[in-house]
Design a protein around this ligand. Structure first.
Ligand code: 5AD
Ligand code: SF4
Length: 468
């Protein structure tokens, strides 16, 4: 019988993607994934270090995984159940994890999880305290099995990792290391495999995805993100392309133009601005102003007028004063976001911002976050409300909680729920949905009537491919 592997992921989509690749690499070694932690021989906690809460969650979960040695032995767990901590907290605090939770068998960083089967084999043989947080010379992507598990209609594909920007507040350049792009040919090959296994939509992932500069197939000048997306847009069967996360400074003219030219490139962009205050943006080391961001948004909207924008915001960065926060609120009002993520600044060990003296008090941070979130929520609700009464193409990629309910996404990433008899047959399909209701985080709709089939319709290869 296959041994079982349980993976819990914290944090970003990149981590969810990594969890999938860990499952792929372990599958080759006879491990089947389970969603029940209690029956797994190997439990992986795939961690995120970007904000405080994620690391706290890890230690509380590790507390639950701890077993008194005698009980472990009686239940036959001793030596059989292996606890792995992976991801960015593993990278940044590997030794500390081993010290605080000595029942952890393996700590493995985001760059070396292709070595997980070997580490598990050593742990099964009785080795304890295995720590692998190298930045190895080999790329993990070259060591992963090509035959990964299917991801379904909406798939992720990591094309770039790491970051060289060193924003004052951020641990990513330390935990994920220097910027590294995968060769374009490897990305296209992986995209083809995902499409063969049912993907209609691919989201290209990277910590700084629009800084992508991959080796060109057959040599020559490196490809930027726009060149890569243009090639992917021509792959038969792929209807939707997205990418995340972008930095405003890497939004070049070609990429902006691609938003206007490629129907498959969805009209939704996550473009973190962090703050609207030039003083704070400078302190953050973002190397652009609030006006630069607004100007960029205007150019993007000139190319693609229906572009929905999302962003990340940090309130209470060291040195932020009320007037700076007001500048953030003003930027939000000017741009108008379809949705956004906002966080209280949390000092991350080893980052420059954590070491400065002018930290903002907890009360101010909480107050500013509440005010910002009120505004962002109102904008999101308004954006969703404007979709009511319209018909939008929805890619159905999940079952809903209710019987016969299906869930999917609009081009602008809004979640849509539809109830229909034939729900199973619609999985992975893009269908027009008439939106009847807006909620703060989702929409409800009804399938729009299909046009009657044409009698003797000619079958032209490629015709009828939905571009949405
Ligand atoms: N404190 C709060 N938020 C942070 N982020 C990154 N580092 C921190 C931090 N130290 C947020 C940024 C980033 C998102 C992924 O997480 O907004 O864009
Ligand atoms: Fe972190 Fe993004 Fe800044 Fe890189 S660009 S340091 S990942 S916030």
């Amino acid at each position: 019988m296959a041994k079982r592997l349980f993976i819990k992921s914290y944090g970003c989509q990149m981590n969810v993607y990594d969890a999938g690749r860990m499952a792929d690499v372990m599958a080759v070694h006879g491990f089947a994934q389970t969603d029940r932690a209690d029956e797994a021989e190997v439990t992986v906690l795939n961690t995120c270090h970007i904000r405080e809460k994620a690391a706290e969650k890890l230690f509380s979960d590790l507390g639950r995984l701890r077993r008194p040695p005698r009980r472990r032995a009686r239940n036959g767990w001793e030596g059989a159940r292996i606890v792995v901590v992976a991801g960015c907290v593993a990278q940044a605090e590997g030794a500390e994890i081993m010290r605080r939770a000595p029942w952890v068998d393996i700590v493995v960083g985001p760059q070396t999880y292709h070595r997980l089967p070997e580490l598990v084999r050593r742990a099964e043989a009785g080795e304890r305290g295995l720590l692998d947080i190298d930045f190895p010379p080999e790329s993990k992507f070259d060591r992963l099995p090509e035959e990964g598990a299917a991801q379904g209609p909406s798939a992720f594909l990591t094309i770039q990792e790491g970051c060289d920007k060193f924003c004052s507040f951020c641990v990513v350049p330390y935990t994920r290391g220097a910027e590294h792009s995968r060769p374009a040919a490897a990305v296209v090959a992986e995209a083809r495999r995902l499409i063969e296994r049912g993907a209609r939509e691919i989201t290209l992932l990277g910590q700084n995805v629009n800084a992508y500069h991959g080796e060109a197939p057959g040599g020559g000048a490196e490809w930027g993100l726009a060149r890569l997306i243009r090639t992917l847009a021509d792959l038969p069967g792929l209807s939707r392309i997205r990418y995340t996360t972008s930095h405003p400074r890497d939004m070049d003219d070609d990429l902006i133009a691609a938003h206007g030219e490629l129907p498959a490139l969805m009209p939704y962009l996550h473009l973190p601005v962090q703050s609207g205050s030039d003083r704070v943006l400078a302190a953050m080391g973002r190397r652009h102003t609030g006006a630069d961001y607004v100007d960029l948004v205007e150019r993007l909207r000139a190319a693609r007028p229906d572009l929905a924008l999302s962003s990340d915001f940090i309130v209470g960065h060291p040195g932020e004063e009320e007037a700076d926060f007001e500048a953030t609120m003003a930027l939000v009002r000017t741009v108008g976001f379809a949705q956004a993520y906002s966080f209280k600044y949390s000092p991350r060990p080893g980052t420059p911002a954590a070491a400065t003296g002018n930290q903002v008090g907890e009360t101010e941070k909480a107050d500013r976050l509440a005010r910002l979130q009120d505004l962002l929520n109102a904008q999101q609700h308004e954006f969703n409300r404007r979709t009511v009464g319209r018909t939008v193409p929805v890619l159905f990629d999940r079952r809903g909680r209710k019987p016969h309910q299906l869930a999917g996404r609009t081009p602008a990433m809004q979640a849509v729920h539809v109830v229909c008899r034939d729900s199973e047959s619609l999985m992975g399909e893009i269908r027009d949905v008439f939106v009847t209701e807006a909620h703060s985080n989702s929409l409800t709709g009804e399938l729009a009537a299909m046009p009657p089939p044409l009698a003797h319709a000619p079958r032209i290869p490629g015709a009828g491919r939905t571009i949405a």
